[in-house]
Design a protein around this ligand. Structure first.
Ligand SMILES: O=c1ccn([C@@H]2O[C@H](COP(=O)(O)O)[C@@H](O)[C@H]2O)c(=O)[nH]1
Length: 282
């Protein structure tokens, strides 16, 4: 499909969430998981692990989120596997959110955005994670290139790790917290988009209930932290409240530990998806 005919990312994500449920499964080939699957730490094992997971899950869930770091470890061979993961997952109908957490001065940001969001890029995903800590404005090239190509970005706002709290809860000059200022900046980018805009934010499922106000965001909230980091579907309800329809809950290890049997992987993802569906019915 060419960029000209692709629907905007917000529309595509809303459709996928409605049709498949909101779950995002991470493809994170941790060394410990490779060993648990009876594999080694080499490019062939990486490929077996990642493609098994993609084949089992990419036709099931709305979003597949490969964690670039675990592929980069293997150099160019790992990147070749990542290219295949992105391509195969998209072909199976999942949206691919590549977790690369890029952030740099604007001119370099253009190169990052071209690498991951341009139509012809070997690693072109549907969306990427970006870091706003060189200033939200430095992300403008990525936000623009994403929009032109029917793709999206997810801006780190309040990350799921405990170390993020000090920096991200600090008061912004105008009294808002830093994380809230990022959510509000994303809201400005998304204003007027329907059903939602292409600028998402990352807010961990592990943060305090009501810590952020997503009322004006009009964009998706990627919520990592489900499972291995301690959050549960019930926690999501407490943390995000009325913003729950915007939330894309993410988990990696909690599904991947059920491999290498594809049926085990699928059953784990379905179990979480069903629990999330219950929440949305509440
Ligand atoms: O705030 C964040 C942002 C990104 N992540 C990433 O999500 C997965 C979590 O994996 P689990 O196995 O479900 O813990 C991982 O790739 C992180 O880099 C995050 O955890 N928190």
């Amino acid at each position: 499909m060419t960029a000209g005919v692709r629907a905007p990312f917000g529309q595509r994500l809303a459709d996928a969430m409605r049709e498949r449920g909101p779950l995002c499964v991470g493809i994170d080939p941790h060394p410990s998981l490779l060993h648990a699957w009876g594999l080694g730490e080499d490019p062939a094992s990486l490929e077996r692990f990642a493609l098994t997971a993609v084949e089992a899950l990419a036709a099931e869930v709305a979003v597949i989120k490969p964690q670039s770091a675990f592929f980069e470890v293997y150099g160019s061979a790992g990147i070749a596997v990542l290219e295949r993961v992105v391509r195969d997952a998209r072909q199976a109908g999942a949206l691919v959110l590549l977790d690369v957490k890029r952030g740099d001065i604007g001119s370099t940001m253009t190169a990052y955005a071209t690498a991951y969001l341009d139509e012809d890029a070997p690693l072109a995903a549907d969306a990427i994670t970006v870091s706003p800590y060189l200033g939200y404005g430095s992300l403008a090239p990525a936000i623009g290139i994403a929009e032109q190509n029917g793709r999206g970005v997810f801006v780190l706002a309040r990350t799921s790790n405990p170390e993020g709290a000090g920096l991200q809860r600090a008061a912004h000059g105008d009294g808002r917290g830093v994380a809230q200022s990022i959510v509000d900046a994303a809201a400005e980018n998304n204003a007027g988009a329907a059903p939602m805009g292409h600028v998402g934010v990352v807010a961990g499922a592990t943060i305090r209930p009501g810590e952020l106000d997503f009322g004006k965001l009009n964009g998706p909230v990627l919520a990592p932290g489900l499972g291995a980091q301690g959050a549960t579907p019930r926690t999501l309800h407490e943390v995000f409240g009325s913003a729950l329809p915007l939330v894309v809950p993410a988990t990696a290890r909690d599904v991947l530990r059920h491999g290498p049997d594809p049926e085990g992987l699928r059953a784990a993802a379905r179990r979480i998806r069903d629990e999330l569906a219950e929440l949305h019915r509440d």
